[in-house]
Design a protein around this ligand. Sequence first.
Ligand SMILES: *Cc1c(COP(=O)(O)O)cnc(C)c1O
Length: 374
Amino acid sequence: MNTFLPFSKPTIDESTIAAVGDVLRSGWITSGPKVAEFEKQLSAYFGGRPVRTFNSGTCTMEIALRIAGIGAGDEVITTSISWVATANVILEVGATPVFADIDPVTRNIDLDKVEAAITPKTRAIIPVYLAGKPVDMDRLYAIAAKHKLRVIEDAAQAMGSSWNGKPIGSFGDFVSFSFQANKNITTSEGGCLVMNNEEEAKLAEKFRLQGVTRSGWDGIEVDVLGGKYNMTDIAAAIGLGQFAKLAEITAHRRKLAQHYFATFGADFEAQTGAQLPPQDFENTNWHLFQLVLPDSITRAEFMEKMKAHDIGIGYHYAPIHLFKLYRALGFKEGMFPVSEHVGRQIVSLPMFYAMNEADVERSVAAVKEVLLPR
Ligand SMILES: *Cc1c(COP(=O)(O)O)cnc(C)c1O
C-alpha cells in the first residue's frame, strides 16, 4: 500500500516550532522584534535593498501599485496564467488589466506580446515567474526603460530563483514574494516587497497599517488611506526558521527536478505528446514541476487516474481572463490562445522539500501508466 503523495506540503522543523512557542509565550504576538529581524535578513539577502513584510503576497503587489501612483485610467500589462491575485490587484487600485499571451515553452508572459500591448496609457508590467522560472530579465527591464514603465515583479513563486547568478529580488524595480503555505519558504501566510529606496519603504509602512505615522510618545498622524496588512511575529518566527534553509531547499528541489527529467527519459514527450518544462537548473527554484498534457486526455481525467495511484496533482492556473469577473470586462475565448491551451492542459506534479527520489519515481511511473498506451 502506498501512502498518498500530495503535490505540495510544507516542512516546518522542530526548532522553528519551538521559536513560535517562544513568541506565543513572550507576551508580544503581533508585529515586533521577529518581523524586524526577518526584514533585516531578507534585505541582506536582496543585496541591501529595502524590504517590508506583509500578511500576504497579494497585498504586496497592491501596495506596490499604490506606491507607484497607479490607478484609474492607467493600464497594467500582465499574464493570464497566474493565480487570480495578479490581475485582481490591478482592479483593486482602479486600473485596467491588459493581458499579453504566454510563451508556450516557458509558460511565462511573452515579452514580444508585452511590447505589442503597450499604449500611451500603459504605466506598469506585472510579470509572473511561473514555477519560479524568471522571464528574460535583461529584456524585461530594457522594455520597461524604453517605455518608462514601472515593473511590479510577481515573484510569489520565485524565492531562491536567480538571474545570471543574482537572486531574484536583488535587482530590478518592485519585487513581490509570497510566503503562503505551499511556497518554497512559508510563514503560513505572508509576503514581502522589495523596493528601491527608503521613501518607498516608508510609504509601504503606511499602506500596511492604516496610513498611520507615529512620533514621540503620543504623536499620531494619518495622511494616506492604508489597510491592515502587517505580518505577525508568529509568522515571522516561522519565516526566519524557513529562510535559514532557503539554499538547502532550492538545491534539493533542483535535484528532484533533475531526477524527474532523468526518470521520464528522453523519449517521454515523443511517446506521450505531453510537454515537460524547460530544463533550467541555474535560475529556477523549481517551485512547481508542471506538465502540459496531450489533448487526448482531459485534466480532470488525468487527476482522477493519478488519484487512483495515490498521487496528488495541482492545477496552476486557470486563465484569469476567462473568469466571469474578467469576461464582464470584455475578455473572451480566443483572445490569448496559448494561455487558453496551457490553462486547459497544465498540471503540477508532486514537488516539495520533504520528497525524495523514490517519490519522484513513483510519480513518474504513475504518469506513464496513465499516459502511455498499453
Ligand atoms: C501565491 C501566489 C500569489 C498570491 O500570494 P498570497 O500570499 O497567497 O497572497 C500571487 N501570485 C502568484 C503567482 C502566486 O503563486
